[in-house]
Design a protein around this ligand. Structure first.
Ligand code: ASC
Length: 153
């Protein structure tokens, strides 16, 4: 069928094999930029909540609920950017990201679980429970950085 073009084949290939095929077209440095962008947005929406949990920012339940919803989605985003093809890029990611993959995956899932719990807590009226859950989310951020991110100098 000579009317099937190369680009049609590519689209069919992407549809058949899903994200992995599409991802293979993305350059390693772009994957790094994308994952760092997702991390930056997590920090953007977590930072104020962390401030509230520490009593440094006035508590605002509707901001917590909104940001928790964003974080539930954002916490799914960075991880496919830690593709083995990015090993040679200059980033703060430690080699353990690519060698201790089971532990890295566990850390991602822990964060996603705690973010989901924060969504639930933010729908209730218990400020102390919400603050405790914000701290639980922060612990998972910090714990993963401890194992998988180069220490900041
Ligand atoms: C943040 C941020 C982090 C985490 C971490 C929590 O807001 O940028 O890396 O929280 O400090 O322990």
């Amino acid at each position: 069928m000579k009317f099937i073009t190369g680009s049609m084949m590519f689209v069919a290939g992407v549809l058949l094999t899903g994200n992995a095929a599409a991802q293979a077209q993305v350059k390693p440095e772009v994957l790094v930029k994308q994952r760092q962008s997702a991390m930056t947005l997590q920090a953007k929406y977590f930072g104020p909540l962390n401030g509230m949990a520490q009593g440094k920012v006035p508590y605002n339940a509707s901001v917590v609920a909104r940001n928790a919803g964003y974080l539930e989605v954002l916490t799914k985003m960075p991880w496919d950017g830690f593709d083995p093809r990015t090993k040679g890029e200059k980033t703060a990611a430690l080699p353990a990201v690519f060698t201790d993959t089971a532990k890295f995956k566990e850390a991602q899932e822990r964060l996603q679980g705690e973010a989901a719990k924060l969504v639930s807590a933010s729908k209730g009226g218990d400020e102390d429970a919400v603050k405790a859950q914000i701290r639980a989310v922060g612990k998972t951020c910090g714990g993963c950085h401890e194992d998988f991110r180069e220490k900041k100098k």
